[in-house]
Write a new protein. Structure first.
Length: 221
């Protein structure tokens, strides 16, 4: 069984559309952060909801629902508050309905099993910490996001992976990222897709969002 796993879209509609075209007719799951940073929140949420994509909540989704931007840098906070003013009520309600985690054939969460929204789990995390994550998740496959950096990590027969970011990659590759997992074989393929970055940069400027949010997309950081 193959599943496409996407994450950290951050209201970047051109990137999402490019990724969805590349995925084709494969089941899709989403690890959260549909919104934040970029100027297409309603369009992104409606695309995810209307396709029936199973999704968990990310920290930016939570911030848009609650208005709590404590711990956010000034650019991210400004984008969250802009998003709260602009989004349709039904789409905010959809974000509020998202679970913090989900178990199916693998475990999905934005941050980590112990801190669902906030923990940045990097490639070099200690084995003993990851061992505790597998115990909490009660699954042998974990799908995590939040860092915007893709990786695949194995502990014996167990598998942990991050699909990277659709809407704001931070590994110095500007292409949108996602993953395809073969659940039975426990094999993950990280894929990258080109999209119209300049269209997003122009939209950021047009909507009065911080310019750095657009410029960083050009270099994938």
């Amino acid at each position: 069984m193959k599943v496409a796993v996407i994450a950290d879209i951050h209201s970047n509609l051109p990137a999402l559309e490019a990724v969805l075209r590349d995925i084709g007719d494969v089941e899709i799951c989403c690890l959260g952060d549909l919104v934040g940073y970029y100027p297409f929140p309603d369009e992104v949420v409606e695309e995810i909801r209307d396709r029936g994509i199973r999704c968990v909540m990310g920290n930016h989704d939570h911030a848009v629902v609650t208005g709590d931007v404590r711990g956010f840098n000034p650019y991210a906070a400004r984008a969250v508050l802009w998003t709260r003013k602009r989004m349709r009520g039904k789409n905010v309600a959809y974000l509020a309905s998202l679970p913090l985690s989900y178990r199916n054939s693998f475990y999905m969460v934005h941050g980590s099993p112990r801190r669902c929204l906030e923990e940045y789990v990097t490639m070099d995390y200690p084995d003993e910490v990851l061992e505790s994550f597998f115990l909490l998740a009660e699954r042998s496959i974990l799908a995590l996001a939040h860092t915007h950096v893709p990786y695949v990590r194995r502990l014996g027969s167990r598998l942990l992976f991050n699909p990277g970011s659709v809407g704001q990659p931070r590994d110095h590759d500007p292409r949108a990222g996602y993953a395809i997992i073969d659940v039975e074989k426990k094999h993950v393929e990280i894929r990258r897709v080109r999209y119209d970055v300049e269209a997003v940069v122009e939209a950021v400027t047009r909507e009065g969002l911080p310019g750095v949010l657009g410029y960083r997309l050009r270099d994938g950081w």
